[in-house]
Ligand binder design. Structure first.
Ligand code: FAD
Length: 373
């Protein structure tokens, strides 16, 4: 080994990489072990050999934040392009804007409301069917947007995503459903900054991990490490239940499968992501990464496209299923985690939480402050 490590970081995803970068900048030697063949965790991007188009291997990632600390930090390692995210959804062979905005409503109901008329219109819709204490996701969504919009845009998409009907899902999954009373098409309405790293996500991770104080070992599973290395102060970003050998139960994850196709068109769908809201189509979304880098001007006769299917593959954890049963199991693991003197659990797998990238960075920076306090 080139370095004499002071710390062991398990996982080279965003959480582990930000922690490693900070520790290294303070003069600590950090060994990062990563069980996949590459760095970057789920943010990893690479060029498609056939089209040269950069794609996100584990699903489209758009960086967005309004947090100044995060923005100031991440800009030290990459510039961002000016990509602005927009999401469209296909229902009954017609395209609509998401989140639901004035165009979605007008187009769906075939009317021409003005912004100041939307509230009353929706009130009338909600008065037809409302639930004061919604018992499940369906009742919750109907109470927020009314049955017709729910049935068109939420019901079947959610069933496909979670593999369960909305009446079997907790109301808490949908706390609010943003509805815009204007024609704004931007997906991250409140983000002050958004974009894709100019040279791709992987190049951002190469920069984060570039310190001579950091040594990265890919294809290296923590559980296969020499016992001496496991005695190092460790930041563990793998699945928390795996750490304890699943002794207290398996935490459930929802997963996705991306099916790659190369299409003989210079542009297949005209935008980076389209949702498929209806049940007759088994995939949930179609991604076309060409559109994530408008500044690159790819000029291909071919384009790379990914069909996304929701699945429950426990070997490929994407979204934690934070229902009552799983949270009970998590609480038990959290108790056990507190007893580990040398190990801190972090990141989405280590805490069984879904965090966007900006929150992941913030949590990693907080952890480094804690380590040094
Ligand atoms: C489909 C999808 C789309 C997303 N889109 C966005 C988006 O548009 N915008 C946004 O802000 N956020 C998005 N996110 C969230 C973003 O992916 C996370 O914020 C971020 O990846 C979390 O980083 P992490 O380091 O916690 O986890 P991960 O990226 O999962 O990294 C954990 C790493 O640990 C490694 N590891 C696990 N176990 C071991 C072991 N035993 N030994 C060694 N290594 C191990 C894993 O291989 C992995 O590389 C999305 C997430 C998903 C699932």
């Amino acid at each position: 080994m080139r370095i004499k490590p002071d710390y062991l970081v398990v996982g080279s995803g965003l959480f582990g990489s930000v922690v490693a970068q900070n520790l290294a900048s303070q003069g600590k030697q950090v060994l990062v072990v990563e069980k996949r063949y590459h760095i970057g965790g789920n943010c990893f991007s690479e060029l498609d050999a056939e089209t040269g188009i950069e794609y996100h291997k584990y699903g489209t990632h758009i960086f967005h934040t309004s947090n100044e600390t995060v923005w100031n930090y991440i800009q030290k390692f990459t510039q961002f392009n000016d990509y602005h995210h927009q999401v469209l959804t296909l229902h009954k062979n017609k395209i609509y804007q998401l989140p639901i905005n004035l165009e979605t409503i007008n187009s769906f109901y075939n009317i021409n409301l003005k912004p100041y008329e939307v509230e009353n219109f929706l009130k009338k819709e909600l008065s037809k069917e409302n639930y004061i204490n919604p018992k499940n996701l369906e009742e919750q969504a109907i109470s927020l947007i009314g049955r017709p919009l729910y049935e068109a845009f939420i019901k079947n998409y959610t069933s496909k995503q979670w593999g369960k009907g909305p009446t079997e899902l907790p109301a808490s999954i949908i706390r609010r459903l943003p509805i815009r009373y204007n024609y704004s098409e931007t997906y991250f309405n409140h983000a002050r900054w958004q974009g894709i790293p100019l040279h791709g996500f992987t190049s951002l991770f190469e920069k984060l991990l570039s310190s001579p104080n950091i040594e990265v070992k890919t294809n290296c599973d923590y559980f296969d490490l020499d016992e001496n290395l496991k005695k190092l102060p460790t930041i563990y970003t793998g699945p928390i239940d795996r750490f304890f050998n699943f002794k207290l139960g398996h935490l459930e994850w929802r997963s996705i499968r991306l099916e790659k196709h190369v299409m003989n068109y210079s542009d297949f769908q005209g935008t980076s992501v389209i949702n498929y809201a209806d049940n007759d189509v088994t995939y949930t979304r179609v991604h076309e990464p060409l559109h994530l880098h408008p500044e690159r001007n790819y000029q291909n006769k071919k384009t790379t496209v990914f069909y996304e299917y929701s699945e429950s593959d426990q070997n490929s954890p994407y979204y934690p299923v934070r229902d009552e049963d799983n949270l009970k199991i998590l609480a038990k693991y959290e108790e056990r985690a507190k007893e580990q003197e040398n190990v801190i659990f972090g990141g989405r797998l280590g805490t069984y939480a879904y965090y966007d990238m900006d929150l992941t960075i913030l949590k990693a920076l907080e952890l480094v402050n804690y380590i040094h306090s």
